[in-house]
Design a protein around this ligand. Structure first.
Ligand SMILES: C/C(=C\CNc1ncnc2c1ncn2[C@@H]1O[C@H](COP(=O)(O)O)[C@@H](O)[C@H]1O)CO
Length: 287
């Protein structure tokens, strides 16, 4: 995991990535771009700075769209930034990322340490395209060494758009607030049909089972979600199962899209045929 960079004398230099910009030592500002944008106490800034900020935000979308447009089918993998290589989730992340790479998927992560690094490693070692979408944080942070295509973002929300837009599915491993945010954002997007047929695979039954039980026994029982919402994700520790779930969903979506195209083509043909009949000059006694 790159953590700052090392100078000629082998000393680690404090470093921060702010989108395309890298700053070191005294140039590192005391706050992040996200922090400044969201700070409701700096009202003075709203008139003078937010319009300019909007352009910077736009540039993050442009950079992301431009860089990721040619990505092959991909899966975003989330999980704790704090997991160690000997943890169950690290092993699982590495294995599922490798299996996804072998199935032809690129793997997208937050580019950081822990589960993100494990997934990038598994993918890269299996010959897949390993992508990291980093985020500017108030402490030293660089993309982990297994990221082969990386983008540094200043704004969480621009980065989150990329995780969804360029992925066919999410795999979510044990994690903390960041992981929960990513999991529940995905489930909300599927539930509200902002994205359709988007497989969400939870891996790590030892970690998730309690939450899944609570969703069923409390959330669903108290009517805060529909019982059918519990089918918006699947829970497994089996790598092949996880990959199969994603591949099958992809195949079903492709078949549905083909059927829609075939129906549209047939309708067009029928309309063209009807038009050519009505254009023919009338013959016979009534003519
Ligand atoms: C806390 C540490 C490093 C933080 N570095 C991160 N780099 C990139 N992405 C991150 C980082 N921390 C959180 N994320 C995103 O949230 C998810 C993990 O959050 P959690 O709270 O650890 O579950 C992850 O999927 C990222 O997208 C220590 O070195």
């Amino acid at each position: 995991m790159a953590n700052g960079s090392v100078n000629g004398r082998g000393r680690r230099m404090p470093e921060r990535h702010q989108g395309a910009v890298t700053v070191r030592r005294a140039v590192i500002p005391p706050s992040t771009a996200d922090e400044r944008l969201l700070d409701s106490r700096q009202r003075g800034d709203w008139k003078t700075r937010d319009a300019w900020r909007a352009l910077r935000i736009l540039s993050e979308f442009v950079e992301g769209f431009d860089t990721l447009a040619d990505l092959p089918p991909a899966v975003s993998i989330f999980g704790s930034a704090r997991s160690k290589p000997d943890s169950r989730e690290w092993q699982l992340a590495e294995q599922v990322a490798a299996a996804l790479a072998r199935a032809g998927y690129a793997v997208i992560t937050g580019g950081g340490p822990g589960v993100m690094e494990a997934a990038n490693k598994g993918c890269a070692e299996a010959g897949g395209l390993s992508v990291g979408l980093g985020i500017e944080l108030p402490f030293e942070q660089g993309l982990n060494e297994w990221v082969d295509l990386g983008i540094d973002f200043r704004y969480f929300f621009a980065r989150k758009t990329m995780f969804v837009k360029y992925a066919q599915a999410f795999v979510v491993l044990p994690g903390g607030f960041g992981t929960m945010d990513e999991l529940f954002e995905a489930l909300t997007l599927v539930q509200t049909k902002k994205v359709t047929r988007f497989p969400v695979v939870l891996m790590g039954t030892w970690y998730w089972q309690g939450l899944v039980d609570w969703m069923r026994d409390t959330m669903a029982t108290e009517g805060k979600i529909a019982p059918a919402d519990l089918r918006l994700f699947c829970l497994t520790d089996d790598v092949d199962d996880a990959v199969r779930h994603i591949v099958n969903a992809d195949a079903e979506i492709a078949a549905e899209q083909e059927a829609v195209l075939a129906r549209a083509a047939a309708e067009q043909q029928a309309a063209a045929a009807a038009e050519s009949i009505s254009d023919e000059p009338a013959t016979g006694p009534e003519a």
